[in-house]
Design a protein around this ligand. Sequence first.
Ligand SMILES: COc1ccc2cc(-c3cnc(C(=O)NCC(=O)O)c(O)c3)ccc2c1
Ligand SMILES: [Mn+2]
Length: 250
Amino acid sequence: GALPISPLSKQIDDRVIDHYSRVVVKDMNKWGVCAMNDFLGPEKGSLVLDEVLNMYSAGLFRDGQLVSQRGGAGDLRRAIRGDQITWLDGKEKECPNIGLLISQVDAIILRANKMLSNGKMGQYTINGRTKAMVACYPGNGSRYVKHVDNPNHDGRCVTAIYYLNRDWNVEQDGGLLRIFPEGWKDSVANIEPIFDRILFFWSDRRNPHEVQPAYRTRYAITLWYFDADERNMACQRYQQERKLSQSKNT
Ligand SMILES: COc1ccc2cc(-c3cnc(C(=O)NCC(=O)O)c(O)c3)ccc2c1
Ligand SMILES: [Mn+2]
């Protein structure tokens, strides 16, 4: 199905953004992965968490769709990905603090833009993103099998995930995000989904990853950023396919 899309927000607190964008550019161009702790600070982080908990208890989350229909409903789908999700554009009046988080991440990505190499001696031109996906793994062993976010050039170049889980203990609670970066030979990135941590990684085949079974409710907010050229190509291909299928049906 189509990915929900939102316009980028504008700039805020400059020095902080400048520092974070330098770290992101350096780590992404070197490792393809960038994790930073204490992103919003405890107060703002707690306000974001409270807004997510309120939405969850209001029953606004739905079972995460599968891109391919093979999952179908019920157990097989849950075996592939057990998360429940809801989409936000960040302007909702019920969650101003999620809106603040989104504008912070937008500001970092906009500042890092044109400095993020696309791995082929070129740069990405990031000009948009999906809506924010708020995800909850309910903690009944729910997991997400190893996958690539953007295996077929749908335009997404950077995945940004903000974690909200206080006192998370991976030994007991599971829910580790394990990334298998292509260029890292046999070593992997083990990312614990801890409170107020933000993570960036290339969305394409360079970063297969899995969410290991979670035994405690696990929350995260994900944004996917588009590269202008790849997105344009993807939209053109989609238009062609639609025309073809319509001509076949007529
Ligand atoms: C067509 O509609 C949709 C709607 C939502 C979709 C969500 C995902 C997705 C992808 N990756 C992860 C992940 O890797 N999480 C890592 C972590 O939480 O640490 C995740 O939780 C969710 C994929 C495809 C989707 C298609
Ligand atoms: Mn993923």
